[in-house]
Every structure is written in structure tokens, then in C-alpha cells.
Ligand binder design. Structure first.
Ligand code: PGA
Length: 235
């Protein structure tokens, strides 16, 4: 399975290095078959050559150029980074990225062979409008996206569940994941308030191929516990 930590705007470069080193120590000392991904803040990116796959939370779809405040491919290549999160709800809803721009990013990083963790998910008012409207909304987030891309991983993250402590029921996750697998056969992660207390249940659900964890991943031991759960389940 794929166990991913989205560190968002947390940790300094030094703290990030300590965090990744602790994960490496764990992975070195235990034969774990899970894929462990960590997405640090842009300024904490660095060269890592262990088992942890380090990815970018964001990048502008450019080699380099005049895009003040952004980083591009050149800055990722410096550290050998070949993995990126695209379409995260905070990029869509806080930073205002449109589906068109997200699809442009997707194409750019696909053309450079990146592993893309592509996020979809509905806000609360859409969920409350009923299943059909909700599935339509989520389907639209696949517009312009090559769902057959070989290096694609999808993360279903309901916006209302991110950082709120709220989660859909296990039945709801199972139901939505089943529907989303009809759109793309890519590995499908669940994200949104995953923590030690619920990770095992979430990971046990059919069509859940891993988790994308934000706040609860900030404690490295908690994140390690979630990796262990996945390994025990051996799906
Ligand atoms: P959360 O964030 O685990 O804090 O809800 C998940 C995410 O945004 O990827």
C-alpha cells in the first residue's frame, strides 16, 4: 500500500531532515513492503536517497522563468524529485487553482514522467446535495486528466474532512472508492482526518490502496504506526 504524509506548511528544513531520517531508520530496521511518501514544504526539499520517496507539494508547470514565488522543474531536478501532489483541496479552494490550470500542471509533470498523486474531493455543501450531485462534482475534477497514466495515484479527500477531525463513515468511503475505481484503476488513497485511531479501519476497506495523512503525520511515531498497520494488513 501507499502511505503518504503531507507536511503542508510545517517544519523547517532541519526538522524535515530529522523527520525523514527517523522514517528511514524505521524502514531500515523493519522489512516493510509499503511505499512511503513524504511531501515537505518547498523550502525543505533536499536530496534524499533512502527508501522514503520525497515529493513536492506543488510546482509551477515550467522548467524555470518569471513566476514570482513559485518553484519549477529546475528546482525539483536539483534534488532528483520525481513525485508531486496535484489538485490538493487547499490548492483548489484556498489558492484558487482552476481545473484547467490543474490539468495543465498534470500534463506538464506527466510529460516529465513524474509520479502524480492527484487529489479529488467534494466540499460539504456538495456532499449534502446528494450522491448524484456529489459524484458529478468529483467526476468534473477528472476533466483533462489522463486517468490511465501509468504513474498516477489518486487520493480521495473530502474537503470537509481535511483537518477537521470529521471523516465519512467506512461504508461511505467504500462506496465512493468503488465508484472512483470505475473512473480510474490507478491506486486510490483515502485522505481527510486519518489518524492512528482510525487508520487501520480505513486501510482495511476494499478499494483503499493507502492513505494520505496531514496533521496526524506530523508526529513521526504516529505516522510510523500507520505504516505498521498497513504492513500488518498485507493487502
Ligand atoms: P488531514 O489532511 O489529515 O490533516 O485531514 C489531509 C490532507 O490534506 O492531505
Amino acid at each position: 500500500m501507499i502511505i503518504a504524509a503531507n507536511l503542508k506548511t510545517n517544519f523547517t528544513r532541519k526538522k524535515t531532515k530529522e523527520y525523514i531520517n527517523e522514517l528511514e531508520q524505521f524502514l531500515d530496521g523493519n522489512s516493510v513492503s509499503e511505499d512511503v511518501l513524504v511531501f515537505p514544504t518547498s523550502s525543505s526539499l533536499d536530496s534524499y536517497d533512502g527508501k522514503v520517496v520525497v515529493g513536492a507539494q506543488n510546482s509551477y508547470p515550467t522548467q524555470n522563468g518569471a513566476f514570482t514565488g513559485e518553484i519549477g522543474l529546475e528546482q525539483l531536478e536539483e534534488f532528483g524529485i520525481k513525485t508531486i501532489l496535484i489538485g490538493h483541496s487547499e490548492r483548489r479552494h484556498v489558492l484558487g487553482e482552476s481545473q484547467e490550470f490543474i490539468a495543465e500542471k498534470f500534463d506538464f509533470f506527466k510529460s516529465h514522467g513524474f509520479k502524480i498523486v492527484y487529489c479529488v474531493g467534494e466540499p460539504l455543501e456538495i456532499r449534502e446535495a446528494g450522491k448524484e450531485i456529489m459524484m458529478d462534482y468529483i467526476s468534473n475534477q477528472y476533466e483533462g486528466i489522463d486517468v490511465d497514466y501509468e504513474n498516477l495515484v489518486i487520493a480521495y479527500e473530502p474537503v470537509w474532512a481535511i483537518g477537521t477531525g470529521l471523516t465519512p463513515t467506512l461504508e461511505d468511503i467504500a462506496d465512493i472508492h468503488k465508484n472512483l475505481k470505475d473512473i480510474s484503476k490507478a491506486p486510490l488513497l483515502y485522505g481527510g482526518s486519518v489518524k492512528v485511531a482510525n487508520a487501520k479501519d480505513v486501510l482495511s476497506i476494499d478499494n483503499v490502496d493507502g492513505i494520505l495523512v496531514g496533521s496526524a503525520a506530523l508526529k513521526v511515531n504516529d505516522f510510523i504506526s500507520m505504516i505498521k498497520f498497513a504492513d500488518e494488513l498485507d493487502k
